[in-house]
Design a protein around this ligand. Sequence first.
Ligand SMILES: [Zn+2]
Length: 477
Amino acid sequence: MILAYKYKLKPSQSQQNLMNDWIAMLRSHYNFCLRDRIDSYEQVKSPRLGNYSDKRTKAECCPLSCSVSKNSSLGDPFKKGGKKRNAYEMQSSELPKLKKARPWYKQIHSTVLQQNLRKLDTAFQNFFDGKGYPKFKTRQRFKSFSYPPNQIKLKDDKIYLPSIGWMRFFKSREIPNGFSVRTITVRQKADGWYVSIQIEDKSIPSPEPKDLRQVKAGIGCDLGIKKLLALSNGEQILNPQFEKRLERTKAIRQRRASRKKRASNNQKRAFSQLARIDQKIVNQRDDYQWKIAHRLIRLADVIVLEDLNIQGMIRKCRAKQNELGKFVKNGQAAKRALNRLIRDCSWGNLKLKIQSVAAKFGCIVSKVNPKFTSQKCSNCGHIDKENRHKERFLCTNCGFLADADNQAAINIGTLGLEILGVSPSKLLGVSQKVTTKSELTDSASNSQEKSTLLEVEPSNPLQLSLFEWRNGQAIVH
Ligand SMILES: [Zn+2]
């Protein structure tokens, strides 16, 4: 079982300066090697042959001087036995030359430089797996370095980082017995330096996902903005909108920083105070999301989420032109506020946290296409746009009334369990009386049914207190 524990470091001023230097150097090394890999990759994709001068490298290209490897042009492409090296190995073999040409790179611990190349290799691996193209790192996006296993030492509340030295840290929790230290990552944040220690105990197996036949309960979740989550059992989890709460403070600090003299110490301080606000927002949101994830795991074995296209939802509106070719309003100004709210929800991170907690406890997370889930009646299956009116769901066919979001969560849950092959009766919140259509043939009784149901309209969502369980059982109000 592999876990990651985070601690805040207490480096001395000279250690801080050293780590800052390291990060600056590692960043330029990363970007240099990334450029090398991109060039080699593009050269293979669409070879540029013939005699021409590349402005940057000032090198002539011809079929004979092409790179042997399509991965990298740095370093030696062959191992001693004559086998081909991969890109990481090639760039790694270049490191001694780098240290000769630029002696200041000697102060960085050699394994840290290798880990830096590994990071780049992972970025390319992700790209080959269909994720984004590797990016050049700006100073804001490059804040960490890591040591491979068996490099650091731990003693009480002190940690030894090779080439940096011993340093104290806030030991907020003990590393459990039997766990050995794996890779560690040192990261700079707005309020100081942190270390993330990966620990592993091979004697504890990572939990296997539960057998589908053993599933006791499933739950469907509908993601939203005002209610962050609506569950199929009728619960609603509010979105505290952490960013919106601190919006005003952030704007004030932003304005204050922008009015300071450029590159002055005053401006630096103002920007660091601004960055602290951002860190606070992230911390608050993370904390809340971890608690939600744990709550869901305690409720059910199978968690069904919607597969939302978040990037598509926050895409900008297409530019509109009139007949004279002049740009006219396209509604982007109004959408900007909505986009901000969507970003504040951070659904992607919430899903990741639910998945990671589920993996820890052997629960199953499944994602379904949310198409029609908010329009379909979970009682009779009737799909109609008219069914939904803001937060209220009223079926035009059978008169079923419910909160629109909880109703959608039931649909999502049922769909997810069907895909997995689990009986939908195991979904939490589907025990309500099923009214068949034949009972409602009389129009008079139909209208009466509606009016009685309307009296018990879904109440407004309540703020959930998130630690409401005893003896491992969640207490649902
Ligand atoms: Zn219905």
